[in-house]
Design a protein around this ligand. Structure first.
Ligand code: 5U1
Length: 668
């Protein structure tokens, strides 16, 4: 190649790589596989190594390489980086909109609505389209020069894409870590026994503020822009939405969820929509931002003490709160598993009051080093169960001792044994531990199992404590006199319970199997077993190899089932239950499961079927029925007044059926 050829090839490669960066980071629509991209980058690196005179600072190869710093320099923001006023309720948003309309003397305002990312605000300065300097927000007037670290972030273009940008353009936005990147980072830290980050925001901030850019380069940071600061020699669109679209065209990623809405109702609808979508976004958000869309109106409104009058952050209820561990209880579950649970000083987090959080097992307690009296940070994201994420060590009270799981069952005092291959421990007293029999019985009577009404938590507790009931079979020996003699049991209630027990005797094989509480046998497996064997005796005699012929039954589940039926005690209980009159209609052995592999979700009120009936019908044909919509859902069956699942399904492009369509599908 001549020197001219090399120069042309280098330019061509840079153009191609920048184009693929744009497709990947901005449009989220890559057109070549990663391996092909890597090949282009390697070819460019090789040519630059052979011809160092061709290297330019905006070359895509020049992201990492700067030497570690002793400390960050200071950067003065020519246009101050403002903060945002917060609104914590719809009323506060209504007030914000009223103030805006009053000042502008207008009836309705158009807003740009955007997700508020939980990351780190930064400013990026482009001179003639080339990334020249990057800084943190700092105090809004002066920030830290993190140029070399920002260069390592793939989503930040080293050269703007396309043409027509101002000679000087300062872009503002947020550096963040996706939830998946955060989990990966923490998993790796855990594997190396290093300190883990409490949340993606801390991880992003910690990663960006590294003096050695090589460390930052190893962290999968991302970037979204949401506005501009200083602009010289160039014109920008007159509306915020159009401005973001222009920045996107210049290769700067903008959140895909950004949209222009009309009036305050448009804002509030956007908030509700984002609150639903939040848990499915790839990144954490702590609220949404509304900005007056017209820039001339923004100018009219101006600022008040470092915050613009034309924008507000509408925050979601706090997802993290600090509280105190009042105690650590150890609960014994239906299968005898011991679970430590932190009793917390109640606090409001993520929209609910939380007063306890599971600690899972001794490993988790050790990992967090959690002690009674500790102040802890509790996180409740979306509708996820609350979780203790870290301990505030500085606030640990003097003398707080490490917690160890008990060696004896806190309910019956029997020895605690480790569960093979798991970090869990179990009470060894399977047959006589009241916690286990109480749990077993509550499961047996539950709605999806034998569906025996009137046997609630308190009554079962009394029955077990008075030794009237030890196994589910004992339930069918109870008399009205025995029941009415118990606390808070009148004659009428006692008669109702006896009637409910009587009614439950006619059931279905699948329900009965589920009610037995065999480990790892949920409703779907119970149904598959019933359909495969057709009768209980055949199932009870099946060995592990035979059991594994049932769809979804693997070696572990097969071992649990075989072990359950092998136990004399269990066979005895089943014998007594059948002797008490429990029967089920013969099960037609399913040969064809036309809906096998299909996942359905049900929402709303169906016209003719109860939801449970619809579920049973679908499952009988091999379908899986799930409680929530995801990318794996094939069909959503929607009745009247569907909930948020309907919107989620629509967004994910899931096929939606009404009851008639579902029934037709069941028939054909
Ligand atoms: N999406 C978004 N986040 N955010 C943060 N827009 C946005 N705008 C901000 C901030 C601090 O400030 C400008 C309104 C000044």
């Amino acid at each position: 190649m001549t020197a001219k050829d090399v120069r042309h090839r280098v330019e061509e490669l840079r153009k191609q790589i920048n184009h693929h960066n744009y497709r990947y980071y901005v449009l989220d629509a890559p057109v070549i596989p990663d391996a092909e991209y890597d090949r282009l980058l390697r070819e460019l690196q090789t040519l630059e190594q052979q011809h160092p005179e061709l290297i330019t600072p905006d070359s895509p190869t020049q992201r990492v390489g700067a030497e570690p710093l002793k400390k960050f320099g200071a950067v003065k923001h020519e246009v101050p980086m403002l903060s945002l006023a917060n609104a914590f309720s719809e009323q506060e948003v209504l007030d914000f909109d009223r103030r805006v309309r009053e000042r502008l003397e207008t009836e309705e305002v158009e807003y740009s609505a955007e997700p508020k990312l939980d990351g780190l605000a930064v400013s990026l300065l482009y001179r003639d389209g080339v990334f020249a300097q990057g800084a943190t927000r700092g105090d809004g007037v002066t920030g830290e020069d993190v140029t070399q670290n920002l260069r390592t972030i793939g989503a930040i273009p080293l050269r703007l894409y396309g043409a027509g940008y101002p000679a000087l353009l300062e872009v503002r936005g947020e550096v963040y870590l996706s939830k998946a990147a955060f989990d990966e980072l923490n998993a790796a830290a855990r594997a190396r026994d290093e300190k883990i980050f409490a949340n993606p925001r801390n991880a992003a901030a910690g990663s960006l503020r590294q003096l050695d850019p090589k460390i930052t380069a190893r962290r999968p940071l991302a970037f979204f822009c949401y506005g501009v600061g200083a602009v010289e020699r160039g014109r920008l669109p007159g509306e915020h939405g159009a401005l973001l679209a222009q920045l996107r065209d210049w290769g700067l990623p903008v959140a895909h969820e950004q949209k222009v809405v009309r009036g305050v109702q448009g804002c509030l609808n956007y908030y509700r929509d984002m609150a639903v979508r939040r848990s499915r976004l790839e990144y954490d958000i702590d609220g949404v931002v509304y900005k007056v869309n017209r820039l001339d109106q923004q100018e009219l409104l101006g600022f008040v003490s470092r915050a613009p009058r034309w924008a507000v952050a509408h925050k979601f209820p706090a997802q993290e709160e600090i509280t105190e561990v009042l105690g650590i209880d150890v609960q014994v579950g239906r299968t005898g598993a011991l679970t430590p649970v932190a009793r917390l000083k109640p606090m409001f987090v993520g929209g609910v009051t939380v007063s306890n959080a599971t600690l899972h097992n001794q490993d988790e307690i050790d990992r967090l080093d959690i002690r009674v009296g500790d102040s802890v940070i509790v996180r409740r994201a979306g509708d996820v169960i609350p979780k203790i994420v870290s301990v505030v060590r500085e606030r640990r009270p003097y003398g707080a001792k490490p917690f160890h799981m008990p060696k004896h069952c806190p309910v019956c005092g029997a020895d605690v044994v480790p569960v093979e291959l798991e970090v869990m421990t179990r009470c060894s007293n399977e047959l006589r531990c009241p916690a286990q029999s109480k749990g077993q019985i509550l499961h047996f009577v539950s709605r999806r199992a034998m569906d025996i009404e009137g046997l609630g938590d308190k009554l079962v507790e009394q029955l077990v404590e008075c030794k009237l009931v030890e196994t589910p079979a004992d339930l069918y020996t109870l008399t009205e006199e025995q029941l009415s003699g118990l606390e808070r049991m009148g004659e009428k209630s006692a008669a109702n319970v006896i009637a409910a027990l009587e009614k439950s005797k006619t059931t279905a094989l699948a329900r009965f199997l589920y009610a037995l509480g065999i480990r790892e046998v949920g409703e779907a497996t119970a149904l598959a077993l019933a359909q495969h064997f057709g009768d209980l005796d055949a199932l009870m005699q099946a060995d592990e190899v035979t059991l594994q012929q049932v769809p979804d039954v693997g070696p572990v589940v097969a071992a649990h089932i075989a072990a359950f039926f092998h136990q004399r005690h269990n066979r005895e209980v089943i014998k007594r239950l059948r002797a008490a009159g429990i029967t089920w209609p013969a099960v037609k052995i399913a040969r064809r499961l036309p809906l096998a592999g299909k996942t359905f979700v049900l929402t709303g009120t169906l016209d003719t079927l109860m939801r449970d009936e619809a579920k049973e019908k679908l499952q009988a044909l091999g379908a899986k029925v799930s409680g929530s919509v995801s990318s794996k859902t094939n069909y959503l069956v929607a009745g009247a007044d569907p909930g948020s699942k309907f919107d989620q399904a629509r967004e994910l492009g899931v096929e939606i059926l009404d009851e008639t369509a579902m029934l037709k599908m069941l028939r054909t």
